[in-house]
Design a protein around this ligand. Structure first.
Ligand code: AMP
Length: 221
């Protein structure tokens, strides 16, 4: 299956993408994680992305599209993938469609919808593990020990772009483009809107239910 998870920042894309990818044996590809790794490793790509990310802006398409298409073309994506954070623009969606010609199209786009008032609270309480990528939340899913990862004991960090002023900028930047992308995939008959309210495990169940009705044209189910 070749899937896209769509939603505003804080809608739960990262958590849900991990869960769905595991259940369906798909490669989870997060462009945000790829950029953060590149920034941490201080690569050429990281240096190009850093300023945009810390301002809550989108990294330009010419950087992002090349990075994502190169990742999707690697052998470990051959059995199917779950994209998280890509596409963010119509140009990115069109570039992906073009690149998938001959290989098989996107099977479904799952749009996790959460009221915007809830997103702000969710994002500013989020902590991530730099060691294994686990995601925690002060209210909904705290780690057992404060600021320490349950899986690998690394010290948890708060993403720079989860600061309140940057969160507001990220929501502003993404609102219009997310709706435009939803319309783009709705027109292609691929969009499923999923209620993102409530417990993460409830949202996972809703996503799995939506996927149960999706005809698979690519990779392994
Ligand atoms: P995320 O973890 O998906 O919220 O992404 C964190 C940041 O990485 C975003 O605020 C952007 O600066 C950058 N980014 C991630 N994915 C994309 C994308 N598809 N297009 C442009 N910028 C992106």
């Amino acid at each position: 299956m070749q899937l896209i998870l769509l939603g505003l920042p804080g809608a739960g894309k990262g958590t849900q993408a991990q869960a769905i990818a595991r259940r369906h044996g798909l490669l989870h590809i997060s462009t945000g994680d790829m950029f953060r790794e590149a920034v941490a490793a201080d690569t050429e790509l990281g240096r190009r992305a850093d300023g945009f990310m810390s301002r809550g802006e989108l990294v330009p398409d010419e950087v992002t599209i090349g990075m994502l298409l190169e990742r999707v073309a690697r052998p470990d994506a051959g059995a199917g993938f779950m994209l998280d954070g890509f596409p963010r623009t119509i140009a990115q969606a069109q570039a992906l469609d073009l690149a998938l010609e001959g290989r098989g199209p996107i099977d479904a786009v799952l749009y996790i919808e959460v009221p915007e008032g809830d997103l702000m609270a969710r994002l500013t309480g989020r902590w991530t593990c730099p060691g294994c990528g686990a995601i925690y939340h002060e209210q909904h899913s705290p780690s057992r020990e404060a600021e320490q990862c349950d899986n690998c004991d690394s010290k948890l960090t708060q993403r720079d772009d989860d600061r309140p002023e940057t969160v507001k900028a990220r929501l502003d930047v993404n609102r219009e483009s997310t709706e435009a992308l939803a319309a783009y995939y709705d027109e292609a008959g691929k969009l499923a809107r999923i209620d993102g309210a409530g417990d993460p495990s409830q949202v996972t169940e809703r996503l799995l239910e939506a996927l149960a009705g999706v005809p698979v044209t690519t990779g392994r189910a």
